[in-house]
Design a protein around this ligand. Structure first.
Ligand code: PMV
Length: 320
């Protein structure tokens, strides 16, 4: 039995759209910050039984095609033909609705490859995790991470920009809604790819934003990192609003928070919003401003749940 832990990551330059669905290749490169909150622990055991089994907490669930895909790759790389017993636990604040496939598939890739006695490099682990979920390729590493879009299986992998982040960047995750019916990221991005007339402009602009973001990180410029991330997030969401039929991940509270965030900026604080395939925003701020920003938001919209996140570490084996 091997067990791994991986943290989620928040994309500052987003992955949105597959160039090759079968190989899980994205249209554009993406760039993220791995967080120190919201992690998944997954154990894998290869055993002599017929079918793979999957437990989410103590509950047996069907093995999803994505999980099967990762397990099949591990079997083919290692020459094993045993079935896997996968047990996974998400560590998120109670019903936070912030669980992510990034931490889940990064943990699965590390645990499954170790259980099969494969000695994979970090790059190979990133490629393996990508086959479960694109964003998981980045959670193999800590800190700031870039996922190179690549042109084929072996050239599409993530690597760290800097795993130790020694400047006071903070991410404030806000829970506005846990129950909304979701357009899953896979279906959402496919709709954008197929029907948004803005999609090619999105992919091109996102690729061009990568070196700009790398420069802002090198300069430890939190305002520039936040500004680039907010612009990129809104450009991604523009491809859903411009899809046919149009859809959006914004909830009314999300827009309200964005409005307050822009107001906070007029007070001279660095505070920027990013949003993935759901209504819960993440604010990019300076650590020393978190209390002021939280109080400001709390006064305007009471009863939101906040989680302060700092840069986190890469996926690790916790038991072998
Ligand atoms: O990894 P997936 O297939 O769940 O897609 C993630 C898509 C976004 O979270 C919206 C953006 C990203 O780069 O993480």
């Amino acid at each position: 039995m091997s067990k791994a832990r991986a943290y989620t990551n928040i994309a500052l330059i987003k992955y949105w759209g597959k160039r090759d669905v079968a190989e899980m290749l994205p249209y554009n490169s993406s760039l993220s910050l791995t967080l120190d909150q919201f992690y998944t622990e997954t154990s894998v055991d290869f055993v002599d039984q017929k079918e793979d089994q999957f437990f989410f907490g103590s509950e047996a669930q069907p093995v999803s095609p994505k999980v099967k895909r990762v397990l099949d790759r591990v079997r083919s790389l290692s020459g094993r033909d045993q079935a896997a017993v996968v047990k996974t636990v998400n560590h998120v604040p109670t019903s936070a609705g912030l669980a992510s496939s990034a931490s889940a598939f990064a943990a699965l890739a590390v645990a499954a490859s170790a259980a099969a006695d494969l000695q994979l490099s970090q790059r190979e682990l990133s490629i393996l995790a990508r086959h479960g979920s694109g964003s998981a390729s980045r959670s193999i590493f800590g800190g700031f991470v870039v996922w190179h879009a690549g042109v084929d299986d072996q050239s599409s992998f993530a690597e760290p920009i800097t795993e130790t982040v020694d400047f006071p960047i903070a991410v404030l995750a806000i829970l506005v809604d846990q129950g909304r019916k979701k357009v899953l990221s896979g279906a959402g991005m496919q709709a954008s790819v197929e029907t948004s007339p803005f999609f090619s402009a999105w992919a091109q602009t996102a690729e061009q934003a990568i070196p700009k973001m790398e420069k802002a990180i090198a300069n430890q410029d939190i305002a520039e990192i936040g500004a680039l991330a907010e612009t990129n997030a809104m450009q991604m969401h523009a491809t859903t609003l411009s899809a046919d039929p149009p859809f959006t991940y914004f909830a009314p509270e999300t827009l309200k928070i964005w409005e307050i965030v822009r107001e906070i900026r007029t007070k001279g604080l660095n505070c920027y919003l990013t949003l993935d395939a759901g209504p819960n925003p993440k604010l990019i701020c300076q650590l020393q401003d978190i209390e002021t920003i939280t109080n400001y938001l709390q006064n305007r919209i009471p009863d939101l749940t906040y989680t302060l996140c700092r840069p986190g570490s890469g996926a690790q084996l916790v038991a072998k």
